[in-house]
Design a protein around this ligand. Structure first.
Ligand code: 5GP
Ligand code: MN
Length: 344
């Protein structure tokens, strides 16, 4: 049996909103990851099974290795279909906000969401939600938003509407947000949920392979270049940094998603507990942070770059040059030196 996490009140309110809605939209955060896509497509399959008219809208593109996900062909990418995304949001009577908890995270969609009169339901697992939704299902202790979507459906007593496609999407979200169940995955409920998903016929091994074993030659060579030439180690702080310039992105023909996962690699070293990956985009510098144990990389992201995220996985954006972003990172290590210590 699954422990009851989502309150009866939230389930009651959400169910009422779903029942009376005809046009539903699901939105996620910018640079959609496996959990944003998995949770939104999982919910999309469920609501479609209920007979609802529903669309998934993402602010911008996502890595090609998620394109196998059932339902992804219908996703509306707002920076390519801006007008259509706006029309769908303004005519929706219910909007699900998945895997983010502040409107700023929806980038190009933010003005549409601010103007929308639709009721809104947040389902999310990031700390400190901003209260812009009518129903807030926010549980930072959960592995993923996809896990919450599964719980949401079950708590409404509708598990029979979880078909194979829905289950594949939910599993993908849970898997990618836990590094294939290597962190944030100690609660027994997670494995109960997986066993329920397996009953629908999902193939865990195949899903793992579709995400993690589909790299191009270019991507694997880039990984070699990055680790050999670009990784900087700050021994005193048990920290590493990889920074890639816009010029390097062009030189190596880097596509969206090609650098995904690089930030985790330095944590495979026993003496590294904090890892940063900084990449220069066209108009912004994007920061990705990861940590082991109790080092709060979300605090670092918030204090240094105005970003946020989870204890061990966070990010932010920096408006300035790549060198300035790196300098800021290095300067702040000293402020965190008491926390940048080995526990083993
Ligand atoms: P990633 O490094 O994969 O882009 O992001 C890791 C985590 O940090 C995710 O949980 C994501 O939601 C969060 N995150 C990434 N960028 C930002 C940001 O600019 N602002 C906030 N608040 N969170 C972010
Ligand atoms: Mn997530």
């Amino acid at each position: 049996m699954l422990t009851k996490i989502i309150t009866e009140d939230n389930i009651h309110k959400a169910k009422k909103l779903i029942n009376r809605s005809h046009k539903i939209v699901i939105v996620v955060h910018t640079y959609p990851d496996g959990d944003a896509l998995g949770s939104s497509l999982g919910l999309w399959h469920f609501l479609s099974e209920l007979g609802k008219s529903v669309n998934v809208i993402v602010p911008d593109g996502y890595p090609s290795y998620y394109k196998w996900m059932p339902g992804s062909e219908g996703i509306i990418v707002a920076d390519r279909q801006h007008k259509y995304a706006g029309e769908l949001i303004s005519s929706a009577d219910l909007i699900f906000c998945l895997d983010f908890n502040e409107l700023r995270r929806t980038a190009i969609l933010e003005p549409f969401l601010r103007d929308s009169k639709a009721k809104k339901i947040m389902i999310d697992h990031h700390p400190d939600p901003v209260k812009f939704c009518d129903v807030i299902i926010s549980h930072p202790e959960m592995s993923s938003t996809a896990e919450l979507v599964f719980r949401f459906i079950c708590r409404m007593g509708m598990f029979e509407y979880v078909n194979l496609f829905c289950a594949e999407c939910i599993y993908t979200g849970m898997m990618t947000d836990t590094g294939a169940f290597t962190f944030n995955s100690n609660r027994p409920d997670i494995f109960f949920i997986i066993s329920e998903l397996l009953k629908t016929g999902i193939d865990r091994d195949a899903i793992y392979s579709r995400i993690y074993n589909r790299h191009s030659v270019d991507r694997v060579r880039l990984q070699g270049y990055v680790l050999y030439n670009k990784m900087k180690i700050y021994e005193k702080y048990h920290t590493s940094l990889i920074a890639l310039s816009h010029e390097e992105h062009q030189r190596f023909n880097i596509q969206r998603g090609d650098t995904e996962g690089f930030v985790n690699i330095p944590l495979s070293m026993g003496d590294i507990i904090f890892s940063a990956f900084i990449r220069e985009d066209k108009d912004v510098v994007k920061i990705s942070l990861r940590s082991k144990d109790s080092f709060p990389c979300n605090r670092f992201a918030a204090e240094v770059y105005g970003g946020g995220g989870h204890l061990n996985a966070s990010g932010g954006e920096f408006c300035g040059t790549l060198d300035e972003a790196i300098q800021k990172f290095e300067e702040n290590l000293e402020n965190y030196k008491e926390l940048l210590v080995l526990n083993h």
